[in-house]
Design a protein around this ligand. Structure first.
Ligand SMILES: *Cc1c(COP(=O)(O)O)cnc(C)c1O
Length: 375
């Protein structure tokens, strides 16, 4: 048996769409496939204002610029996440106030958040870990009370829902990733969604490197010029073509992943008797089956399980180091213990989860995990 942790799935239409782009000669951003993708996001998820970016990190950098984050500002974010959740705010000089995860799942703990707000808090960033939407209704209610916008780092969460609402529709901003490790990919790519209309006009300018080119293309001004700060955030049309081919197969891709996820869940849930928990099912929402994980009872056990699986040809992966303990941030952290974040950082193990995985393989992986615990 040789099962990789991830395999990029292609749907079959990518090459012909890329061929169309090459023949058209319009290879920069903002072409037909850009607009096809945007129309898809609008119809399928109700994302009205979107920018296809070169990464989720880039989309979050746009959000940090639009929020006008400055040195001394504070941004609340989960410690159990990828660096890109916070780096865009660190780049603008913000101080990150890290929040703990909940005991239920690795998402930010909405119930301990209020104490982290100060007069300097300028944003709350949340992550929908593994494609399970966090307790966002509590967080947006709290943030509204404090007058602070919420940013959804929805890198994992395309097509995930909570209380009937799609991830990406609840924060002032949301950012998605199409990195090759995500459910839908174009190699490297991202999407910024803006739900608070006050930021839309300036987003067009930042996206156009600080110029009013968008207005010019719409015929609203005679020539375009430098009017604000900005950068190069756009996805190329070649990647948008690849992305559109993937989006057209979204239902098929998601159905397969959900089948695999459910298989793992049903086969591994009994390990609960041994104190091993699976990715939990939150009845308030539907996960997009981005990640399936186990939480082992210790770091040593996780390492041993990962080694055991590797010996059987099965790749597995841990996820993430707690950011407040990282080499970059440890000396900047205010010292609060974030015990749940550390627990997930030490004990969480992800099993292979990708479109090309066959149900038989998922069953074999689950059987090996059970064998490990029966020894
Ligand atoms: C993958 C990921 C990102 C970064 O996505 P890119 O598109 O590679 O920039 C950000 N946040 C989280 C939680 C991620 O998993």
């Amino acid at each position: 048996m040789k099962i990789p942790f991830n395999r990029v799935h292609t749907t079959g239409e990518e090459l012909s769409f890329i061929g169309e782009v090459i023949r058209s000669g319009e290879m920069a951003g903002d072409g037909i496939f850009h607009r096809n993708c945007q129309a898809f996001f609008d119809e399928r998820f109700g994302f009205r204002n979107t920018w296809l970016t070169n990464s989720c990190t880039g989309a979050l950098e746009m959000a940090a610029l639009l929020l006008d984050i400055r040195p001394g500002d504070e941004v609340i974010a989960p410690s159990f996440s990828y660096v890109s959740t916070v780096n865009p705010f660190v780049l603008r000089g913000a101080k990150i106030v890290f929040a703990d995860s909940s005991a239920f799942d690795p998402n930010i703990d909405a119930d301990t958040l209020e104490a982290l707000f100060t007069q300097k808090t300028r944003a709350v960033v949340v992550v929908h870990y593994g494609g399970t939407v966090c307790a966002i209704e509590k967080i947006t209610a709290l943030a509204r009370k404090k007058g602070v916008p919420v940013v959804e780092d929805a890198a994992h969460a395309l097509d995930a829902t909570r209380n009937g609402a799609f991830a990406g529709t609840m924060g002032a901003f949301a950012a998605f990733s199409f990195h090759s490790t995500k459910n839908i990919t174009c190699g490297e790519g991202g999407l910024l969604v803006i739900n608070d209309p006050q930021y839309v006009e300036r987003a067009d300018i930042l996206f156009e490197k600080g110029t009013n080119r968008k207005k010019f293309l719409e015929g609203a001004v005679d020539n375009y010029e430098w009017v604000d700060v900005g950068s190069s955030f756009s996805l190329s049309e070649l990647q948008a073509a690849f992305l559109y081919a993937q989006l057209r197969q979204l239902n098929v891709i998601q159905a397969k992943r959900k089948t695999l996820w459910r298989l793992y869940y049903d086969l591994l849930l009994p390990l609960g008797e041994r104190g091993i928990s699976c990715s939990p099912v939150d009845p308030r929402g539907e996960s997009n089956a981005h990640i399936f994980f186990l939480v082992c009872s210790s770091i040593d056990e996780r390492r041993a399980l990962s080694r055991f699986l590797a010996e059987q040809g099965i790749a597995s992966a841990s996820h993430y180091g707690a950011l407040h303990q990282s080499r970059f941030f440890a000396s900047l952290h205010d010292g609060r213990p974030l015990t749940e974040a550390v627990r997930y950082a030490e004990r969480l193990l992800r099993l292979p989860m990708h479109y090309s995985l066959e149900p038989k393989e998922a069953e074999a992986i689950a059987a090996q995990v059970c064998r490990f615990y029966q020894r």
